[in-house]
Design a protein around this ligand. Structure first.
Ligand SMILES: [Zn+2]
Length: 108
C-alpha cells in the first residue's frame, strides 16, 4: 500500500500510481506504508465500512421520521418520530466520530 503525502489517499498495489486519483500529485509524492500500517488499515476496513453503513441507515431513519412528523396523525406519532430522529442524529454523529478517531490512528 502507498499513501499520497499531499492528500492522504491510500493506494492498493505493488507500486505507487503514476498520478494520485484524488489530488493529481505525481508518484514520487507517494510513500510506501510499513507492514504495521498496512495491518491497521486491513484490520479496520470492514469496521469503517460498517460505521458508514450505520450513518446511511440513520439517514433513512431521519427521513422516515421527518415524513411521520409531517403527516402528523396524532401527538403520539409525532413524539415517536421526533425521538427517533433525535436518536438517529446522535448515533450518526457517534459513528462519524468513531471513523474520525480511527483515521487519526491510521485505521483507514
Ligand atoms: Zn493525493
Amino acid at each position: 500500500m502507498w499513501k499520497c503525502n499531499v492528500c492522504g489517499y491510500i493506494h492498493n498495489g505493488t507500486e505507487a500510481p503514476e498520478v494520485c486519483p484524488k489530488c493529481g500529485a505525481a508518484s514520487d509524492k507517494f510513500a510506501k506504508l510499513t507492514e504495521e500500517q498496512e495491518t491497521l488499515i486491513t484490520k479496520s476496513s470492514r469496521t469503517n465500512d460498517l460505521h458508514m453503513e450505520l450513518c446511511q441507515l440513520m439517514d433513512s431513519i431521519i427521513l422516515l421520521s421527518e415524513e411521520g412528523m409531517e403527516i402528523n396523525l396524532d401527538p403520539g406519532c409525532v413524539s415517536t418520530f421526533k425521538k427517533a430522529k433525535e436518536q438517529a442524529e446522535i448515533i450518526k454523529n457517534i459513528a462519524k466520530a468513531e471513523i474520525a478517531g480511527h483515521v487519526g490512528k491510521g485505521k483507514w
